[in-house]
Unconditional design. Structure first.
Length: 124
């Protein structure tokens, strides 16, 4: 079981890094206008925060720390979904790429939500 847990953590970090890289490439394609700047800053902040908080959770000194950082990652994932939805207004040509990022984000949010619920004892 411990080996599976290590593999799970490694895959979760890998998925969050993959998303962060895709988001970086995506925002570089946004139009160069003020409204896009705000969205790209918020999207990059929220999207890269998912992985940062997942990694931070593993350095937590207690179960409470672990759950708190995973919860922050979950919140960042939900925020990322908002900014991705809004970013569709910037350029119709980017919608397929935005949708791909949305799918990755939803997958991470689902995993994180389930993990937080399990750790808090809501699921057995």
């Amino acid at each position: 079981m411990k080996k599976n847990n290590k593999k799970f953590k490694k895959e979760l970090i890998s998925k969050s890094l993959h998303l962060a890289k895709k988001l970086m490439r995506l925002v570089d394609k946004f139009p160069k206008k003020r409204s896009a700047w705000v969205i790209e800053d918020q999207l990059l902040g929220a999207g890269t925060s998912i992985g940062a908080n997942i990694i931070e959770s593993q350095a937590g000194v207690s179960k409470k720390d672990f759950v708190n950082f995973l919860s922050y990652a979950l919140k960042s994932g939900n925020e990322t979904k908002f900014w991705l939805t809004l970013s569709k207004e910037l350029n119709n040509k980017l919608i397929p790429e935005i949708d791909e990022c949305m799918c990755l984000t939803k997958e991470l949010v689902k995993i994180l939500g389930s993990s937080v619920a399990t750790i808090k004892g809501r699921r057995k």
